[in-house]
Design a protein around this ligand. Structure first.
Ligand code: ZN
Length: 196
């Protein structure tokens, strides 16, 4: 699965919206990703998961771990196709932790999988939680990298596709200069089928 095919699949399913968006950071962007939309079709999730699993087939991965909620579907699918265990981390009072009785053994080889890497924050926090529990985090993976390769998570990183779309302040935003009003993704005024 190459870069263009992944992006095309996101566009076809309505998971990649193009327009003039207000991100939760307050910045404006011409692209918004709704990953859950891309996983509605289970066959697509199998394809994305298979492409990531294929990349790590030779790495003797013991376990795949993902930050909830965004990483759950793709992480589970990668683990299933590698034939290994799947666990997840979640935030408890702000800090990423292993809950629900999940444990790792000393030196367990773990691959961290997320849907989209933006700043890499969730992946970094997940790696930290796993290391504190004794795991050996081998690498991190995501379907889409929207950091343009810049996010540093401290371990080798792999993404199926890289999205090069800047997030700009309203003052720098060309669409705003033209007088367009930015849309907040997820708002009901956006009548795309992707919103349902
Ligand atoms: Zn704007």
């Amino acid at each position: 699965m190459n870069d263009a095919k992944v992006i095309q699949k996101f566009k076809d399913t309505g998971a990649l919206l193009e327009g003039h968006f207000l991100l939760s950071s307050g910045l404006h962007s011409s692209v918004y990703l709704q990953c859950a939309i891309a996983f509605q079709n289970t066959k697509d999730a199998v394809e994305f998961g298979g492409a990531i699993a294929a990349h790590f087939k030779q790495d003797s991965i013991d376990t795949v771990a993902s930050p909830a909620i965004g990483g759950l579907v793709i992480g589970y699918e990668v683990a299933r196709q590698l034939g290994v265990r799947f666990i997840w981390t979640e935030r408890e009072s702000g800090s990423m932790t292993l809950r629900r009785g999940f444990t790792v053994r000393e030196g367990e080889r773990v691959l961290v999988v997320e849907d989209v890497i933006t700043t890499g924050g969730s992946t970094r926090d997940t790696i930290e939680a796993l290391r504190s529990a004794g795991a050996d985090v081998i690498a991190a993976a995501s379907i889409i990298d929207r950091s343009d390769g810049q996010a540093d998570v401290g371990v080798p990183r792999f993404s199926l596709a890289t999205l090069r779309v800047p997030a700009l302040s309203p003052e720098e935003c060309a669409a705003c200069q033209r007088g367009d009003v930015a849309i907040k993704p997820g708002s009901r005024s956006l009548t795309s089928g992707a919103q349902r």
